[in-house]
Design a protein around this ligand. Sequence first.
Ligand code: SF4
Ligand code: SF4
Length: 175
Amino acid sequence: MRIENETFVNRIAKLTGKEIYRCFQCRKCSSGCPVAEFMDLLPAQIIRLVQFGFKEKIFSSETIWICASCETCTTRCPNEIDIALIMDTLRQECIQEGYSPAQKNVYLFHRIFMASIKDNGKIHELGMIKNYKQKTGTYFEDIKLGLKMFAKGKIKIFPHKTKGLNDIRRILDKY
Ligand code: SF4
Ligand code: SF4
């Protein structure tokens, strides 16, 4: 069921903290964000849109998918607003409310990442690369980087399953 606009800010505040009401648009979050130049809306603008309940504009924005969850914004905010958590929550709400992610490949990457954790208890890079490339058809992108990582032993051929895998799967299923 879709959330009505007037309750949107209350729901996000409930999930992420009432501090969101304190934002006074100093833009420290935006000026410190390492990927701001790739965003269509700055983090401070996203916070303002949440306050005003403009969820359609937020959910059609690339920003929430470009965010790398680095938490620089959260540590810089003078009002202790957890902007990184808000971005994460907005991604989840976007999907739960049935909106199409503005960055489909980023969403696909999230899903492949979680599937790898469910299969092995941790990520298996080569398996993830294979699945991602098959689904996006980007077979030759980043090939040089991949070879470099392989040469340095960062990409293992076979997956290694974690102890307690069933517990991890139970947690993921519950979540
Ligand atoms: S740093 Fe905090 S108060 Fe300043 S614009 Fe960003 S969210 Fe608002
Ligand atoms: S958590 Fe996201 S929005 Fe915040 S600084 Fe990092 S990339 Fe930018």
